[in-house]
Design a protein around this ligand. Structure first.
Ligand code: GRF
Length: 226
C-alpha cells in the first residue's frame, strides 16, 4: 500500500541515533534555516548519555533513550522501539548512526518511510569499516550514500550519493572526516525531497520526480544542495 503524503503539511521526522549525532545536528539546522521543510518530532537513542541526545535537548526536541540491553530479545526491543516511534506519528524515520541491525519485521513496519546514510559508495562496501576497506582496496573515490532501508543490510535503493577523493596519505579517520562533511549536506537534502513529495520508494526502487534512480542514486553536486 502506498501512503499518500499530505503535501504542504510540515512532515514529522523521528531520528534514531546511537552516538554523537552530527547528522542529527544537520537535520536540526536544516529545519531551523528552512532548507528542510519538516520538523524533528523526536530523537531516540538506544544508548543513554550520548551527545546526540544533548543536541536534541538543546533544540527542545523530545529525546528518549531506550536501551536494547534491557530487553530479552531483539524482537522484544524492536517491538517497543516501534511503538515508541509510532507514538510520535512520523512521516519519515531517519537512521542517523543508529548502530543496531534491524530485523525484516521492523523494517517492513516502516517500509518506504525509513532512510539511512551509509559511509560508502553503495552498492560497494555494505557493513562496517567502510573507509578502511576503500583505502585497502586502493580506491580513488569514497563517499556516503542516502538510501531507503529494506531488510537487506545496507542494501536498499540509493537516493543521493556524495563522492570524495581518497588522498594518498589518508587514514580511515581523515577520510571519514572528509566524507562526514558531505553527509551533512546530502542527508537533509534527500530528506527534503521526501518532504516535498518528490521522493518515494516503489517496488523496491527509489523514485525521484517520477523517475527510477540508478543503483548509486543521484550523484551529489552543489546544485543538489537545497
Ligand atoms: C556516520 O558516519 C554515518 O554515515 C554512519 O554513522 C555515522 C554517524 O555519525 N551511519 P553521527 O552520529 O551522525 O555523527
Amino acid at each position: 500500500m502506498t501512503e499518500q503524503l499530505a503535501v504542504g503539511k510540515e512532515l514529522r521526522l523521528v531520528v534514531l541515533i546511537s552516538g554523537g549525532g552530527s547528522n542529527l545536528q544537520s537535520f536540526i539546522d536544516a529545519c531551523a534555516n528552512g532548507s528542510l521543510e519538516g520538523q524533528v518530532a523526536a530523537v531516540i537513542s538506544n544508548k543513554a548519555g550520548v551527545k546526540g541526545l544533548d543536541r536534541a535537548a538543546a533544540a527542545d526536541i523530545p529525546n528518549i533513550a531506550i536501551d536494547h540491553r534491557a530487553f530479552d530479545s531483539r524482537e522484544d526491543f524492536e517491538q517497543n522501539l516501534g511503538e515508541l516511534i509510532e507514538s510520535f506519528a512520523p512521516d519519515l524515520v531517519v537512521l542517523a548512526g543508529f548502530m543496531r541491525i534491524l530485523t525484516a519485521q521492523f523494517v517492513n513496519r516502516f517500509l518506504g518511510k525509513l532512510i539511512n546514510i551509509h559511509p560508502s559508495l553503495l552498492p560497494a562496501y555494505p557493513g562496517l569499516h567502510t573507509h578502511q576497506r576503500a583505502i585497502d582496496a586502493g580506491d580513488k573515490k569514497a563517499g556516503a550514500t542516502v538510501h531507503f532501508v529494506t531488510p537487506e543490510l545496507d542494501g536498499g535503493p540509493s537516493v543521493l550519493q556524495a563522492q570524495v577523493p581518497v588522498l594518498p596519505n589518508d587514514s580511515a579517520d581523515s577520510l571519514a572526516e572528509r566524507v562526514l562533511r558531505f553527509e551533512h549536506k546530502i542527508y537533509p537534502a534527500a530528506a527534503q525531497w521526501f518532504c516535498e513529495g518528490r521522493l518515494r520508494m516503489e517496488n523496491g526502487l527509489a523514485v525521484l520526480d517520477g523517475k527510477v534512480l540508478s543503483e548509486n542514486g543521484v550523484i551529489f553536486n552543489e546544485s543538489a544542495e537545497q
